[in-house]
Ligand binder design. Sequence first.
Ligand SMILES: [Zn+2]
Length: 107
Amino acid sequence: MLQYLDKYTSMIIKIKQLIIDGDYELKFVRSFRGYKNLPIKGFLIPETDTILINKNLNDQDKITTIIHEFIHVLHPDWPEYKVEKKCLQLSKQLDQSDYIFFQNLLS
Ligand SMILES: [Zn+2]
C-alpha cells in the first residue's frame, strides 16, 4: 500500500515540477473550434509544449484535465484508457497542498 502511495505521489510531484519549470504553457480556451475531432476537455500540443484546457469546465474537471494532459507528457506512449485510469487514481490522491497548487493555475 505504501509503495502504491509513493508511486502516485511521485507522479504528482513530477507533474507539479513540470508546471513550476514553466516549459509548458497552459491555455484556457473557450472553444475548441479549429481543433476538429479532438477531445473537448483538454488537448496537448507536443510540438509547442502547449496544453489547452476547456474554459467551460468546472474547477475540479479543469484540475483533472490538467493532470490528464501532463500524464500524456510523461507517458506519450500510453494509450488513452491507461492515462484515464492513472488520472483517476492520481486525482483521488491529491492532498490539500496539491489542490491549492492546481487551484492557483486556474485563476
Ligand atoms: Zn487523453
